[in-house]
Design a protein around this ligand. Structure first.
Ligand code: FMN
Length: 173
């Protein structure tokens, strides 16, 4: 079955509110990037919500995220998926937090079986790129086939439609 005809979902973790560089986001950068992907592929959407929302202030959020990273925490997710049975192709998107995948995103993926799925990672960041997280995901999501991901600077997401569409075409959409 072609990628285009496969059953697709875009799963994102993303945070709205105050972000670097001094912007207030109504919808987080990664979620908006995911929406561009959905616009092109007509994939379903699932947005990961933590049980305890992150602080609205950028600095407070950074402090909490660092503590969670250092403790290798697994913050609870309010809307986990029971399984991925309805999907063949999973776009998985997140922001880079302290060079890492945010801890609630780990909570979410570790409960699921990705074997036999095609996974396409994407992330937003403010300079560090994916920070090796695409590779890390490949090691965690055993049995999945990975396609080339994309990393976009957060404050460029709204100007990235063309580049995203080129990437999607290149990987087979
Ligand atoms: C807690 C926190 C930690 C961050 N750490 C990094 C980082 O290590 N490297 C980087 O390039 N950007 C970092 N950023 C910037 C975000 O990756 C970037 O703004 C991203 O687009 C936010 O996506 P979102 O709106 O989907 O949450 C950090 C932002 C936050 C809130």
């Amino acid at each position: 079955m072609s990628l285009k005809d496969s059953r697709k979902i875009v799963i994102t973790f993303s945070r709205a509110d105050e972000n670097y560089p001094a912007v207030q986001l109504e919808v987080g950068n990664t979620e908006r990037l995911g929406d561009i992907i959905i616009g092109y592929t007509h994939a379903d959407k699932h947005h990961i919500e933590p049980v305890n929302p992150y602080p609205k202030g950028y600095k407070a959020c950074c402090d909490q995220a660092l503590e969670e990273k250092e403790n290798n925490a697994r913050p609870e997710v309010a809307n986990p998926l029971d399984n991925l049975d309805n999907y063949d192709t999973i776009f998985f998107g997140y922001p880079i937090w302290w060079g890492e995948i945010p801890m609630p995103a780990y909570t979410f993926i570790e409960k699921l079986n990705f074997a036999g799925k095609t996974v396409i990672p994407f992330c937003t960041h403010e300079g560090s790129g994916n920070g090796g997280t695409f590779k890390k995901l490949q090691n965690i999501l055993t049995g999945a086939k990975f396609l080339k991901g994309i990393e976009i600077q957060g404050n460029r997401v709204d100007n990235s439609k063309e580049i995203v569409e080129k990437w999607l075409t290149a990987i087979g959409f």
